[in-house]
Design a protein around this ligand. Sequence first.
Ligand SMILES: Cc1cc2nc3c(=O)[nH]c(=O)nc-3n(C[C@H](O)[C@H](O)[C@H](O)COP(=O)(O)O)c2cc1C
Length: 193
Amino acid sequence: MPGQRLIVAITGATGAIYGVRLLQVLRDIPGVESHLMISDAGVLNLHQELDLGRKEVEALAHVVHNVRDIGASIASGSFQSDGMVIAPCSMKTLAAVAHGLSDNLVSRAADVVLKERRRLVLMVRETPFNLAHLRNMTAVTEMGGIIFPPLPGFYQRPKTIEEMVDHTVGRVLDLFAIPHALTPRWNGLKGGA
Ligand SMILES: Cc1cc2nc3c(=O)[nH]c(=O)nc-3n(C[C@H](O)[C@H](O)[C@H](O)COP(=O)(O)O)c2cc1C
């Protein structure tokens, strides 16, 4: 296994930019191997939000898997990885993970990461939430997964969407102890308390 190996899935919630930025950053870190899946709805949103096609985004990853290839390496616990990020994660994929459906390679790979007690980060996105969404987030948390909605912070005074995205992606990388310089570290309030 390389230094670190991360599985990334892009699903059909808005916020495709988070998945793309994550892949860009991982590509530039020596020793990190990214494995990518993009759902059909994820492809739609890449086009709608970023004018990007499937092939362009897949070119950012080291290894690409088809969402329907349930026999892929990442469908097995014997395939070693440091974990998985779903960026962004739709409520449909959240529900599939919460209920152990394993009905496609995204939810199967997430199921494997949970059963092997590896790190699973779901960048869930919907607003507002209904009770099913909230219960599914609770269920994933109870199983050890991390619910990480991509909510921007304003205390660093971001000036661009890219700065906001980098701040959030940096916090995700922190969860995997992957070093980065995407965002300044908080050093306390200006002028103190
Ligand atoms: C433009 C667009 C934006 C969407 N945004 C969201 C969203 O923010 N959250 C969500 O849960 N679903 C959203 N959806 C719906 C999902 O794409 C849909 O439920 C899909 O079946 C998810 O499948 P997947 O999880 O396999 O990608 C959106 C769909 C479109 C076309």
